[in-house]
Design a protein around this ligand. Structure first.
Ligand SMILES: C[S@@+](CC[C@H](N)C(=O)[O-])C[C@H]1O[C@@H](n2cnc3c(N)ncnc32)[C@H](O)[C@@H]1O
Length: 186
């Protein structure tokens, strides 16, 4: 429920901002069960990674159902990507940074594998990018309790340390506990 329907508005907005175009090379980090796989247009070359084999199995079944043959799935650690620098035109990081042990390392990897001038789209909860303080605190406590997510991730230091430049930050979901952050890789 939490990672499916409730967080789907954020995924939709993030995919709109990612604006993947035919011919582009796209990396999705932490693809999970593949809730966004059918939203990539035919003709773009999508590689989606996750550290969990069961998640990748579910994503593969979803890919088969939607016949999205242009999507390649790989088991890989987001904090140690096996791609050369500047491999992708765009990198999409949905709901991953709150669950990895070292979010900065994952963000740096996203920046490294994106070509200069390319875009990195983060979809995540970040401290102080939301509108609803009270509900955010309650949800944060629940999320930490139930799944151990890191609810205290500050956006500005993360961007500064990873070398990414934000061009827009949009609060998303209801309540607005997540943000779509569109970044450019300088
Ligand atoms: C909260 S889920 C989000 C899944 C998907 N992006 C979505 O929007 O539904 C986080 C995903 O990140 C994956 N993950 C956790 N740590 C990871 C790591 N170090 N490298 C790659 N994937 C990781 C998990 O297996 C899980 O599929």
């Amino acid at each position: 429920m939490v990672y499916g329907a409730l967080l789907q508005p954020g995924r939709r907005r993030a995919m709109t901002r990612l604006a993947a175009a035919p011919g582009e090379r796209i990396l999705e980090m932490g693809v999970g069960t593949g809730l966004t796989v059918r939203r990539y247009p035919a003709g773009c070359h999508v590689t989606a990674i996750d550290v969990s084999a069961p998640m990748l199995d579910r994503a593969a079944r979803r890919r088969a159902r939607h016949q999205t043959g242009h999507l390649h799935l790989c088991r890989m650690d987001a904090m140690r990507l096996a791609f050369p620098d500047a491999t992708f035109d765009a990198v999409y990081v949905p709901y991953l940074l709150n669950v990895v042990p070292d979010p900065l390392r994952a963000a740096r990897e996203a920046a490294r594998v994106c070509r200069p001038g390319g875009r990195v789209v983060l979809l995540n909860h970040f401290d102080r990018t939301y509108e609803s303080d009270a509900s955010d605190r309650v949800i944060g406590r629940l999320a930490r309790l139930l799944s151990g997510v890191n609810w205290q991730l500050a956006l500005e230091p993360l961007l500064a340390a990873s070398g990414l430049r934000a061009v827009s930050v949009e609060p998303v979901n209801i309540p607005r506990v997540s943000a779509v952050v569109v970044c450019v890789r300088p």
